[in-house]
Design a protein around this ligand. Structure first.
Ligand code: ATP
Length: 513
């Protein structure tokens, strides 16, 4: 199945099974805003719990924080967001659609890349085992031509972005490359303009007494402005970290691809404060630690890659993204940045207050350097869903849709089903529910045939189904069905908790770290 179709199916699956709904659907939706349904919220909470525990429980020197969404507006001046948190936008006059100029050009670069890959795949098929990919890439005329065009475009684009960005040059590139609007098919483009991504609103009730405040575009600044409060009250010593999960808001110009790019989303960020000079060592450590966190989910190490930034933000001295293989290619899920002492120094400057750290061991004061790990909950959710979604043909000719979610993240851990709705089986099933519900999210289901009930649980990723039948009444054993293998075994009711526990708890993931 084409990857585009997989993605479409995934989006409708998310809706059909109560994972993600378009926001305000009753009123035809609100662009790039989504709600999480009964299963989505459980999966999301489990992802957050996995991240939180891996940070705060497994590291003695990392503590949590929950700062407000509204902050003093000068914070965003200091951080650079008021002046520089912009995207270059361009409109097509015919379709009236708005695009990010940088994304149009990046897509064009990706098109050259696609063409190259298609040539390679074609030749690989043609020559079979005798195919030498490296040689082909360095000699085939068509590949070389595409490569040259791609490299020239990449260079021109990088120079334009580094020069401010140079908005006229970005537009010229779009014209020279003959990029057309995918909707109207025309090249009738406007000028390129800068667009600030922050949402603003008014705080205070009187017209002259109100002040313009922003909805935070990242959670990190709440950590920076509190770092000394936490350090002093928590008696933290550098190196130490502060972790926070919370909503962030960005008025994204082009918000497509479902929950990949939203206007209201959630971030899990950890800022790690270190001694100046040690930051690159810590950057390396956090790269490894974070990749391990992802890999422990078991989707396969080939689903991840690092994308080290060539063009660094002015405040960073190293940066990388962890990219995940989504149905629409490798995409950023997490950013790891060495942010130097930029943010803390800026807050010192703009607030006029010293926020230096006093090192009791060396008796010196300094502004710590910061390593940041920043991951979007929603993008993580999408990556987990897309890697878990599976359509399987069964031996009996039927097919099933199954979400092979890591058991520890599954919304429902165990479904309990009486084989029939009579003969005392529902009561027995309820007895099992009552015993397990304090530890796991369990679901009771007695409607429809057992086969249909299994399919329903497969579709939401429930790792185990427990069936209560007439034999249960005699010997207190039940059948335990495994979601992935569909195998069933007979187990004593009182062993259920122990059998299931090991696989479905977040601890099972944490132990792999
Ligand atoms: P992009 O280049 O995709 O816009 P970014 O580099 O601006 O992302 P960061 O500012 O580094 O993103 O934010 C950290 C993380 O927050 C990202 O890795 C991503 O997972 C998440 N994130 C950022 N913007 C959005 C968004 N609009 N919707 C959902 N998640 C987002």
């Amino acid at each position: 199945m084409a990857q585009e179709d997989v993605f479409k199916k995934l989006v409708s699956h998310c809706k059909e099974y109560g994972f993600v709904f378009p926001s305000s659907e009753l009123y035809d939706g609100l662009g790039a805003v989504y709600d999480y349904g009964q299963n989505g919220v459980e999966l999301k909470n489990n992802i957050k719990q996995y991240w939180w525990q891996s940070m705060v429980m497994l590291h003695e020197n990392i503590v949590g924080l929950d700062s407000a969404i509204f902050m003093h507006p000068t914070i965003w001046k200091a951080s650079g967001h008021v002046d520089a948190f912009n995207d270059p936008l361009i409109d097509n006059r015919d379709s009236k659609k708005r695009y990010r100029a940088d994304v149009l050009i990046e897509d064009q670069i990706a098109k050259y890349e696609d063409k190259i890959n298609k040539e390679v795949a074609k030749a690989a098929k043609k020559y079979g085992d005798a195919f030498n990919e490296q040689e082909f890439r360095s000699t085939n005329a068509r590949v070389l031509e595409h490569q040259a065009k791609r490299d020239a475009l990449h260079q021109r684009y990088t120079e334009a972005m580094n020069a401010g960005p140079d908005l006229n040059e970005l537009r010229q590139i779009i014209l020279d490359e003959e990029i057309v609007c995918p909707i109207s098919g025309t090249k009738n483009w406007t000028e390129v303009r800068q667009f600030n991504l922050m949402f603003s609103t008014e705080m205070g009730s009187t017209a002259d007494g109100s002040m313009k405040v922003y909805l935070r575009p990242e959670t990190a600044q709440g950590i920076f402005v509190n770092y000394l409060n936490v350090q002093k009250t928590g008696r933290m010593k550098v190196p130490f970290g502060i972790a926070q999960i919370g909503k962030a808001f960005r008025n994204e110009i082009v918000a497509r691809q479902f929950i990949f790019r939203m206007r209201e989303f959630e971030q899990m960020e950890m800022q790690f404060f270190v001694k100046p000079g040690t930051e690159l060592e810590w950057f390396k450590t956090w790269k490894e630690t974070r990749l391990k966190w992802h890999e422990a989910l078991g989707f396969g190490d080939d689903h991840y890659r690092f994308h080290d930034h060539e063009k660094l933000a002015h405040y960073a001295n190293a940066a990388t993204d962890i990219e995940f293989l989504m149905p629409f290619g490798f995409k950023e899920v997490e950013g790891i940045h060495s942010r130097t002492n930029f943010d803390l120094s800026q807050h010192e400057k703009f607030s006029g207050k010293s926020i230096k750290y006093f090192d009791p061991e060396t008796n010196e004061s300094y502004t710590p350097y910061v390593i940041e790990t920043s991951i979007g909950v929603d993008r993580m959710f999408l990556s987990v869903m897309s890697a878990s979604y599976c359509e399987e043909k069964l031996e009996n000719g039927e097919s099933r849709v199954v979400l092979k979610l890591p058991a520890a993240l599954a919304p429902v851990k165990l479904a309990v089903m009486p084989l029939v709705k009579k003969d005392g089986l529902p009561e027995k099933a309820r007895e099992i529910m009552d015993g397990l519900k304090y530890r796991y999210n369990c679901q009771y289901d007695e409607k429809d045939s057992i086969g249909k009930r299994y399919r329903r649980q497969d579709a939401i990723g429930t790792p185990y189904c427990v069936t209560v039948d007439h034999q249960t009444l005699q010997d207190n054993t039940v059948t335990l069905r495994d979601r992935d293998t569909m195998s069933q075994e007979r187990v004593p009711m009182d062993k259920l908790e122990a059998i299931v526990a090991d696989r479905v708890s977040i601890t099972s993931l944490l132990k792999k770290l």
